[in-house]
Write a protein of this length. Structure first.
Length: 293
């Protein structure tokens, strides 16, 4: 993607990313009953490779140096296999989507704590925004948290997801912020597939129910989430501060709540409405502080 196109699309990248990224829990609701986590993710990653490899070959996209390939692969394993595998496994083990969103919503705070690793200084107003955002996320999912079926194993999986996406964002920002999105995607999803396929073979039955819900979920996960949203995330990591980028993750639970209200008629309570307002204000505060405004 050329710099001119990036400048043109810059105002739209963040809102488009949030909307697409927020569909992840919706897709999990549709697809999870019909395939196990590592089985679904293996199909997803291999599907991305089937789409991206011809594009790379046709456009003769440049490959990074060997040392850079290793860094890109490590970041990809954290951002894709670690994060997605942890989230989907936690939901599969009985953790509610609300509790999952709340725990993953700690990412901006954790990123801010570790931001010095990538030579970023978090301002006091950003800390205030991050705390307000966390409060907003808590309000959004408060009414949705259901502890029925909660297990220690699901908690371990979601902590793995939280650590993975935080570490992956910071690692990519520090060691490989610049790379061609086409070849970079091939490297990251190939590395993630190498991790997920053996886990699928060792720990899952690999039974798949090819119902319309699963097919739709898989296609959406490949094209909209893995290719679309992940590319937008890479662009934002490249051109923005890690704290600023990850603050956008606060918008995921409120956006998911609105989608669930529209698609599944799940009610929007006063707590969810207040949480959405707090979250949106917090993200605006963090982003303005990052821009020096």
């Amino acid at each position: 993607m050329s710099n001119s196109w990036i400048r043109y699309l810059t105002p739209w990248i963040a809102p488009i990313f949030v909307i697409i990224w927020s569909t992840g829990f919706i897709i999990a609701r549709y697809g999870m009953p019909h395939a196990e986590p590592m089985t679904f993710l293996s199909m997803r990653f291999l599907g991305v490779l089937i789409c991206m490899i011809p594009i790379v070959l046709l456009w003769k996209a440049p490959w990074p140096r060997q040392s850079q390939i290793i860094h890109i692969a490590i970041a990809g394993i954290l951002l894709q296999a670690g994060y997605l595998g942890g989230v989907w496994a936690a939901v599969r083990e009985g953790m509610s989507a609300g509790l999952t969103a709340l725990i993953v919503g700690l990412q901006p705070i954790l990123t801010a704590l570790l931001a010095s690793w990538v030579a970023e200084r978090v301002r006091p107003v950003q800390w205030l925004g991050l705390v307000i955002g966390l409060l907003g996320v808590g309000l959004v999912v408060w009414a949705k948290i259901v502890m029925i079926g909660f297990s220690d194993l699901s908690f371990i999986f979601i902590i793995i997801a939280l650590i993975s996406i935080t570490a992956g964002t910071l690692y990519q920002k520090k060691y490989c912020p610049q790379f061609d999105l086409r070849t970079g995607s091939v490297i990251q999803f190939a590395a993630s597939a190498v991790v997920c396929v053996p886990l699928m073979m060792m720990f899952e039955t690999r039974e798949i129910a090819w119902v319309p819900e699963l097919i739709f979920s898989l296609l959406w996960a490949i094209f909209a989430l893995s290719i679309g949203a992940s590319s937008l995330l890479f662009v934002m990591i490249r051109h923005g501060a890690a704290t600023k980028v990850t603050s956008l993750m606060y918008l995921t639970p409120p956006t998911t709540a609105l989608m669930a209200w529209f698609l599944f008629n799940e009610p929007i309570t006063w707590a969810i409405g207040l949480g959405i307002a707090l979250t949106m204000g917090a993200v605006l505060m963090v982003n303005k502080a990052s821009s020096g405004k």
